[in-house]
Design a protein around this ligand. Structure first.
Ligand SMILES: Cc1ncc(COP(=O)(O)O)c(C=O)c1O
Length: 400
């Protein structure tokens, strides 16, 4: 029997594997926790921190899920996903972004889109391999790179380039150890969208330096004008691109946990094996709801986007009316990323001040990477009424 009797704080150090300490988290969950504590004390808090649509899943999708439960879709299914859904996804990838070569065999269905990221990094990155990722960017990229002992190489996104990555700067960061490039368009947290010329250059660089590209396209349907394009359509990219997408944002299905990756043929087996070893499969009835989402009417997406468009206009106008704050309209997703450098606060100071003095929960740009300093992320997945109230509170606190 062990004679070791550590105090509480020592237990983690004693028992946990070293890599446990390397996992990061998402600022949104931490801010939500603080906001809930305030609410428990009777304070009113307006929530701009959450990255999920405030809409319910469309009734025909919910109905398809219920029908599937009744029809016995309650068992294990294939680890890479039900054939019905993988076929629907392949059809949709052809329709929505011209990937007419997408083979259902190369589609991996996962519980939410996050596991695609997790598995791709586990499958590809050896200790010391370099991974270039957007900064500011979705915090899980960095967390996963660190977890597998990869070398995280941030690619700063700058306001001067509307937060689109600079291909020249990207190429300067490539070394013989660079294995993977992560891109995200439309982007969280900045709402930026890569333009066709950016995609051409990114593809050229990836081919020239033999990089694998993980293209996070989870916001592909949330674009304010124009059509979504994938880097996977560019010459030489088919065998080196992982397209990540899912149902959480476009179909307001965050709680269903349903996402997918389109992966090159050589990666399909290793990714499937990671599913076998972790989740076994994605919930079967959820997948049938996904078939209904892709094959059914798309009005739910259009209605949500029309509402986001209205809110975007109000948010951008009201932000620009606050002294020291500047905000360009986001091109995609549902986040505003205002420049707050004129207020004299750091992003963390201001996020805290807004929460505690104003009852407005939002995220510091710095929680998305160093290059996010000087900005805040405000999700407008909230009613117009709450947006107006929250922004009026922000104005009061910042201008006081
Ligand atoms: C950029 C980005 N990628 C991936 C995800 C993960 O989505 P899911 O909820 O489907 O796992 C999110 C969710 O916030 C995101 O913002």
């Amino acid at each position: 029997m062990s004679t070791y009797s550590p105090q509480e704080p020592d237990l983690a150090e004693h028992y946990l594997a070293e890599r446990s300490g390397k996992l990061g988290t998402e600022g949104a969950f931490e801010v939500l926790r603080k906001a809930r504590l305030l609410e428990a004390q009777g304070r009113s808090v307006i929530h701009f921190e959450i990255g999920e649509p405030d809409f319910d899943t469309a009734p025909h999708i919910v109905e398809a899920g219920i029908q599937a439960l009744r029809a016995g879709y309650t068992h294990y299914g294939p680890s890479n996903g039900l054939p019905e859904l993988r076929q629907a996804i392949a059809r949709d990838l052809a329709r929505s972004r011209g990937l007419d070569w997408a083979d259902p065999e190369n589609v991996i269905v996962t519980p939410g889109a996050k596991p695609v990221l997790f598995y791709a990094i586990l499958a590809l990155v050896n200790p010391g391999d370099e991974v270039i990722y957007p900064d500011p960017g979705f915090p899980i990229y960095r967390s996963m790179i660190d977890y597998v002992d990869g070398k995280a190489v941030p690619l700063p996104l700058k306001v001067e380039r509307e937060f689109r990555l600079d291909p020249d700067e990207l190429e300067r960061l490539v070394t013989p150890r660079t294995k993977l490039l992560i891109i995200n368009s439309p982007q969280n947290p900045t709402g930026s969208v890569l333009d066709p010329q950016d995609l051409d250059r990114i593809a050229e660089i990836a081919v020239k330096h033999d990089l694998v590209v993980l293209s996070d396209e989870i916001y592909s349907r949330l674009l304010y004008g124009g059509v979504h394009e994938s880097v996977a359509t560019r010459p030489g990219m088919r065998e080196r691109t992982i397209v990540l997408d899912g149902f959480s944002k476009a179909y307001a299905m965050t709680g269903w946990r349903l996402g997918y990756g389109l992966v090159p043929g050589w990666l399909a087996q290793p990714m499937t094996r990671l599913m076998v070893n972790s989740n076994s499969c994605t919930a079967s009835f959820t997948q049938m709801a996904g078939v209904a989402a892709l094959d059914g009417p798309q009005e739910c997406v259009e209605t949500m986007l029309a509402e986001f468009t209205r809110r975007r206009a109000v948010v951008v106008e009201m932000l620009n009316d606050i002294k020291g704050v500047k905000c360009a309209p986001p091109v995609g997703a549902f986040y505003a990323f205002p420049d707050i450098r004129g207020t004299g606060y750091t992003s963390r100071e201001l996020a805290d001040k807004l929460l505690y003095d104003g009852g407005v929960a939002l995220l510091a740009g710095a929680s998305f990477g160093e290059a996010g300093e000087g900005f805040l992320r405000l999700s407008y997945a909230n009613s117009l009424e709450n947006l107006r109230e929250g922004l009026a509170r922000m104005k009061r606190v910042i201008e006081a």
